[in-house]
Write a protein that binds this ligand. Structure first.
Ligand code: AMP
Length: 399
């Protein structure tokens, strides 16, 4: 049984094909710049060198068709026919309040996704393009959607409601939703497995720190709060996104720039580490510049560390304690010095880090000392595998 996982952005398609018996990735790749000059594909058959081709892909349909043909290619492919694909799992950024668990795609589900476009204008149209392309090319293969927002649907109203007129919630579904749910769920469950403790018995703070970042408080197996909001802009400062900001700043920018797209760019593409440092959105560049004495790079680094420490403090109180802190995604998995800096201020919570164990990248390691009151772990995330598993489970529930 093989499941294909597709993650369609507005101009990209990421894919992985899993053998579900072994959960091994058979092949994976990325199509970029769909509909933009210079589009192309990078495709890797496990165990072979990456194939990189510059090809004109005007739409998602052409891109998906090309990917599917590569899957059955005699050299770069891994299957003999499309009949070997049992189901396709699609990552969906925003499921709103109506799509809250892995769901088989039907006409009704497509209508719901279309209605959710105002809540996720940058993401959901691309996801729909991907679904339409698969339906067109593989009409007999079922499609399952797995939402980034789903894991956070257990948040209580006091965590997700915003302090504005309640009618905006009732009429427009304006509230906190949270993102990276697949990642937070995967690493939190994995922490329970590694520690040999039921996931439902732990108080966990999961720190997904990458180009986009969010922290989630998981109490007794359920998300009770998360740092991202209606959109993936809220929360800690990110690569290019502002994170938490006084709404007055947005009003100021609206008056100053007089253009919603320019304000959107200021908050989403030109803010964050890039905006503060003026150097880069990549923490590695910021760390190098800060070491060389660049004051704005140092400020960007300090701001990010401070944001994470504050959220950990807040979520510890929200859960009345914390048993486990998890670091995941690009920065969380690889930022050795960064993790040390974040944890330095957590000594007041009884966190003690083993400097040697913390000297690790991209693998599952408990980095706290045996006498630390809180277990601190590095757990590489695996969103695609989670989507493949949930797709399989959804299909089994249909039987
Ligand atoms: P992701 O979005 O999960 O792929 O994470 C990407 C981010 O991880 C990059 O922007 C880098 O800032 C960060 N990153 C990757 N490797 C390291 C490292 N060795 N030290 C610090 N940050 C890193």
């Amino acid at each position: 049984m093989k499941n294909l996982v597709i993650n369609c952005g507005s101009s990209s398609v990421k894919y992985q094909l899993f053998d579900m018996a072994t959960e091994k990735v058979l092949t994976q790749g990325l199509v970029e710049r769909i509909g933009i000059p210079g589009s192309g594909i990078k495709h890797t058959k496990t165990g072979m060198d990456t194939l990189a081709r510059v090809i004109d892909f005007p739409t998602h349909n052409e891109a998906v068709k090309y990917v599917l043909n590569l899957l059955i290619d005699p050299i770069y492919g891994v299957i003999k026919s499309f009949d070997e694909i049992s189901a396709v799992g699609h990552r969906i950024v925003h499921g709103g309040e109506s799509l809250i668990k892995p769901t088989l795609v039907t006409e009704e589900v497509i209508n719901k996704l279309e209605k959710l476009i105002p809540l996720a204008p940058l993401h959901n149209p691309g996801h729909l393009q991907g679904i339409f392309a698969i339906m067109d090319i593989l009409p007999n293969v079922p499609n399952v959607i797995v939402m980034d927002t789903a894991f956070h649907q257990t948040m209580p109203p006091k965590a997700y409601i915003y302090g504005i007129d309640y009618k905006y919630y009732e009429e427009n579904q304006i509230r906190k939703y949270g993102f990276h749910g697949t990642s937070h769920e995967y690493v939190s469950k994995r922490a329970g497995q590694i520690l040999g403790k039921p996931f439902e018995s732990l108080k966990i703070i999961s720190c997904h720190l990458g180009n986009g970042s969010s922290l989630t408080a998981v109490k007794n197996g359920e998300c009770i709060d998360t740092s991202m909001g209606l959109s993936p802009l809220e929360g800690i400062v990110m690569g290019t996104r502002s994170g938490d900001i006084c709404p007055g700043v947005i009003l100021f920018l609206m008056r100053q720039l007089r253009d919603v797209e320019l304000v959107s760019d200021a908050l989403q593409k030109k803010g964050g580490l890039l905006g503060i440092s003026g150097i880069s959105s990549d923490l590695r560049d910021i760390e190098i510049a800060a070491q060389k004495g660049n004051k704005r790079a140092l400020l960007a680094q300090e701001k990010l560390i401070y944001c994470i420490q504050k959220y950990i403090g807040a979520y510890t109180v929200a859960m009345e304690g914390v048993d486990v802190i998890i670091f995941t995604a690009g920065i969380g998995e690889n930022g050795v010095d960064f993790r040390k800096e974040v944890c330095a201020k957590l000594e007041c919570l009884g966190v003690k880090i083993d400097v040697d164990k913390n000297n690790c990248r991209g693998k599952e390691v408990i980095i706290s000392t045996p006498d630390s009151k809180v277990t601190v772990m590095v757990i590489p995330t695996n969103e695609e595998l989670t989507i493949a598993r949930e797709t399989l489970q959804c299909m089994e529930e249909q039987k």
